[in-house]
Design a protein around this ligand. Sequence first.
Ligand SMILES: Nc1ncnc2c1ncn2[C@@H]1O[C@H](COP(=O)(O)OP(=O)(O)OP(=O)(O)O)[C@@H](O)[C@H]1O
Length: 279
Amino acid sequence: MSLLKVENLSVVDTRNGERILNNISFSLESNSCLGIVGESGSGKSMTCKAILNLTNPWLDVRGNIYLHGEEIDRNNAKKIQEIRGKKIAMILQDAMTAFNPLYTIGYQMIETFCGNLKLSKRDAQTLGLEALDTIGIYDAKEVSKKYPHQLSGGMLQRCMIATALAMKPDMIIADEPTTALDAINQNAVVEQFELLQDVTGSAILFISHDLGVVQRLSQKVLVMKDGCCVEYGDADQIFRAPEKEYTRYLVETRRALSRPFHQIINAKEEHYVKRAKCV
Ligand SMILES: Nc1ncnc2c1ncn2[C@@H]1O[C@H](COP(=O)(O)OP(=O)(O)OP(=O)(O)O)[C@@H](O)[C@H]1O
């Protein structure tokens, strides 16, 4: 049985009749990663919002969503709240907006753990420090005393991943978690997602327009365009031999973009090898 099964998910804007999502279907297995890729406006974020019932009231959401085989009842607010807190964690693009600027990171982690895991303050604090430590933040105690504005985007993103890690959710939805970061921080965050999956065994729904990141993390991929599914299936297969013209275009564009980058890296390596030989 799939951990998450989405069947014919459609979203219509009732104000103008615009179809934002068109019969999107996919499934996510335990301890695996599904990447959702597509250009801006293709409906990636809307898919996740619809799963978590976070859509605006003017949007008409249709279709069936099953978690552990049980259909999520969109009208049951209490159940949905429970799912959001305990079973599905969200990691967002802009970590700064995920934390409250008025409180320290440590305080916010403790609040989350006390509220969702029903821990004592002391146990919540220990769990928070352990989680920060696990993802490689060596001065966890110092970091936990900082306010969000005192930390870099990369560090905040790591704190958000640490929070998710400690909660051990069944599933994590990560919406463009590397988009706001530079290449070095992007790489660190992707490594932490790999670690997160190893440590928690949580399934990950990873949204990104960076095909390289998705290729690295995902076993399955869903390619979206204009609210529709263009291609869905095994990630290796789709990246190696895309069936659809649009996916071929995305894969080719990525290769073309990363070519100059690799050329620079290779040229630099050659330069250092030559220099080392001269010394
Ligand atoms: N609250 C809303 N009400 C009406 N339309 C919306 C709403 N939110 C998003 N849309 C529209 O839905 C479509 C899909 O948006 P969505 O944010 O899911 O795209 P995306 O693929 O996640 O893009 P990006 O990569 O830029 O985040 C867009 O045309 C957008 O304008």
